[in-house]
Design a protein around this ligand. Structure first.
Ligand SMILES: [Ca+2]
Ligand SMILES: [Ca+2]
Ligand SMILES: [Ca+2]
Length: 216
């Protein structure tokens, strides 16, 4: 049994306890922003790909650097983690992980290369933390985010607002005008940086496509 297979067994158990465990653990690392339905080349590999260009951003809200080697990402439909994170995150720093990062890790450990598999009809994302337990390691759920259908649409992301008082929609690239919650804001996604509201200001002579191309 390799290391991943051990994790896999533990993750199934942990998801069964999800409701009881969610939100109980204090952590410096949190989910910060998610883009589930990419319409652009977010990971910069030259290809627009529904799997590789999905992304999940995490942030360090603590006062010291954190080794991300103890953290994992998973979505609702998975029975095991989609990505083992790596690297060190400094206080206040946000880092984005792409679906292509998940595919690369899945190839490395020899599992199906589904990427993050974020459902465009809505999904739940889990941030998991591993720690030594009886007979190996256990995973605990540190943070969960559930988002709906209108949030997971062409190049809209969803994340905490700058004040971290509510989870909002970042829909500048594909404005949402409906009445679902969260409503449209006109703010741009901010992969890899702390969230704030940066708005596109189109002038009358330019198409939305040309502005989008400039910003992406
Ligand atoms: Ca891409
Ligand atoms: Ca998707
Ligand atoms: Ca961000």
């Amino acid at each position: 049994m390799n290391g991943f297979q051990r994790w896999r067994g533990v993750a199934v158990l942990v998801l069964g306890l999800m409701t009881a465990a969610a939100g109980q653990a204090a952590s410096q690392i949190h989910l910060n922003e998610i883009l589930a339905d990419p319409g652009s080349d977010w990971d910069g590999d030259g290809i627009v790909d529904f799997k590789g260009d999905e992304w999940i951003e995490v942030i360090n809200l603590g006062t010291g650097p954190v080794d991300l080697g103890d953290y994992w990402l998973q979505d609702e439909s998975a029975d095991s983690p989609r990505l083992h994170l790596s690297g060190v995150l400094d206080p206040g720093e946000a880092r984005v992980f792409y679906g292509s990062d998940a595919v690369a890790w899945q190839l490395e450990v020899g599992v199906t290369t589904g990427g993050f598999s974020l459902n465009n009809g809505g999904d739940t994302v889990y941030l998991l933390h591993s720690y030594p337990g009886d007979g190996g390691h256990d995973l605990e759920i540190l943070d969960t985010v559930t988002f709906g259908d209108h949030v997971a649409d062409d190049d809209r992301s969803t994340g905490w607002n700058e004040e971290r008082t509510e989870w909002i929609l970042y829909d500048a690239l594909f404005p949402y005008t409906g009445s679902m919650t969260p409503p449209g804001t006109g703010c741009e996604p901010t992969p890899g940086e702390p969230n704030y509201c940066r708005t596109l200001v189109p002038d009358s002579g330019r198409s939305f496509g040309s502005i989008k191309a400039e910003f992406l």
